[in-house]
Design a protein. Structure first.
Length: 123
């Protein structure tokens, strides 16, 4: 099993493929991410992404309400965004994570890697 594009053997995803004899092919995480980024830059990709975002906001409006309250609190100085991740102490891009959306100003500040890891554990 190798990535169809870069021939890597690490972090592979299996997906349906009509060109493969087995009906499945493999792609690594990095190539998959790059493909998705390219697609989102196309006109069709932008439309699809916007449609998905608005559908999500409508379905999970309580999440959007919590995010909006955090944004407003940051803007008004009610809460402060730290410069470091609360888990690994890295000084990368810091994101807010809500453990409970009913408490919108209780936010855990994490770097993207720790935030992603947290979601992989929780979900």
């Amino acid at each position: 099993m190798k990535c169809q594009q870069c021939k890597s053997i690490e972090n592979l995803y299996k997906y349906k493929s009509s060109t493969s004899k087995t009906g499945f092919s493999y792609i690594c995480r990095e190539c998959n991410t790059n493909n998705k980024k390219k697609y989102r830059q196309t006109k069709k990709g932008k439309i699809s992404t916007n449609k998905a975002v608005y559908k999500s906001i409508k379905k999970y409006n309580y999440k959007q309400n919590a995010r909006t309250k955090v944004f407003q609190a940051l803007k008004n100085g009610i809460i402060l965004k730290p410069d470091i991740c609360s888990v690994c102490k890295n000084k990368e891009i810091i994101e807010g994570h809500h453990m409970d959306y009913s408490k919108p100003l209780e936010v855990v500040w994490l770097c993207r890697k720790c935030h992603s890891n947290l979601h992989n554990i929780v979900i």
